[in-house]
Design a protein around this ligand. Structure first.
Ligand code: HEM
Length: 298
């Protein structure tokens, strides 16, 4: 399977699309039954599709799960949990033998009915085209992932090599997620230590030399700020967002700036302070270049 980030990028699925889909949530929640009714009207009229349902209760259950899936199209949150759920849908349909053709037709009905709903809403008239583009993107992404997972599951059934490969990849994914959780825990612990450092520096403002401790405390607050940025970046990455190297360079920059402040207060040798200032300059340029590249890519 392609990574979710890559799939979204290939469909030019942006933050603007996420916002537009979220803006449609209320309307779609209210009208969800119309979309589900349209799908099941077609299923009931199509003998081969209807045969898939062994009982009325199974049909009722599937209506409910499709409704949840439909409302989630407009959640505005498309992270790794969302991606995993789509993979599960693809795998489940392969296991129970629902042909991909039925899934494609069902999503085609969702596309047509949802477009009709957008056109009916006078409030959406002005940005109608953009809303329709965003809906098409998310439906295509859904279909892409569900079908890819379906095909992979099918191939896995035939090829033992593929089965082993799948297991190794899944193990790698789980391992990477667990490592990320450890990393976040480590960052939280370190942030705790930095809070202690800040508290100690602030305490010394009232007990020690005022101008010395204010500057040291300022340095600690700077580090605390970057630590919070680091935690947020790691959480965003865990949810499938982009990895921001600039935050890590920012940590190096802020730490060196703090060193310069402390060295100046301690009246360290000019060579040492000079070397620190050059380091700040070099890291600053690297920070600016990395940040600029990240913003250009957005
Ligand atoms: C928009 C397209 C569809 C979506 C998003 C969808 C979604 C789902 C989901 C989320 C489940 C539960 C998966 C799980 O338990 O892990 C499911 C199960 C199922 N779906 Fe679909 N489905 C779609 C189309 C169809 C179609 C067209 C059919 C039949 C023609 C179908 C037949 C079934 C059946 C029989 C189950 C198994 C229920 C069970 O045994 O628990 N689905 N579907």
């Amino acid at each position: 399977m392609r990574p979710f980030k890559e799939i979204k990028a290939h469909y030019y699925f942006t933050k603007e699309d996420e916002k537009r889909l979220l803006a449609l949530k209320q309307v779609m929640e209210k009208r969800a039954d119309r979309v589900i009714d349209a799908i099941f009207q077609w299923i009931n009229a199509t003998e081969s599709a209807k045969k898939v349902f062994r009982s009325e209760s199974l049909m009722k259950h599937v209506k409910n799960v499709i409704k949840v899936w439909f409302i989630n199209l407009f959640s505005g949150k498309y992270d790794n949990f969302y991606y995993d759920n789509l993979i599960r849908i693809g795998q489940k349909h392969e296991k129970i033998g629902v042909e991909p053709h039925f899934l494609i037709r069902a999503i085609n009905i969702v596309r047509n009915t949802t477009a009709g709903l957008v056109c009916e809403e006078p409030d959406l008239e002005e940005e109608k085209d953009n809303y329709l583009i965003s809906i098409n993107k998310i439906l295509d992404i859904n279909l892409d992932i569900i079908l890819s997972a379906y095909v992979e599951e099918e191939v896995r059934g035939y090829s033992p090599v593929y089965k082993v490969k799948g297991k190794i990849v899944r193990f790698g994914e789980v391992f990477s997620q667990i490592t990320s959780v450890f990393l976040i825990s480590g960052l939280i612990l370190l942030t705790g230590a930095v809070i202690f450092l800040c508290g100690r520096d602030i305490y010394e403002i009232f007990t020690g030399k005022l101008e010395h401790t204010i500057i040291t405390a300022l340095g600690s607050v700077l580090i605390l700020w970057v630590m919070l940025e680091l935690i947020n970046t790691e959480i965003a990455h865990l949810r499938g967002g982009k990895f921001k190297i600039s935050v890590f360079v920012g940590v190096a920059l802020v730490t060196t700036i703090r060193e310069v402040m402390i060295a100046t207060l301690k009246h360290d040798s000019l060579e040492f302070i000079g070397a620190l200032v050059i380091s700040v300059l070099v890291i600053g340029i690297i920070y600016w270049l990395v940040k600029k590249t990240e913003e250009d890519r957005r």
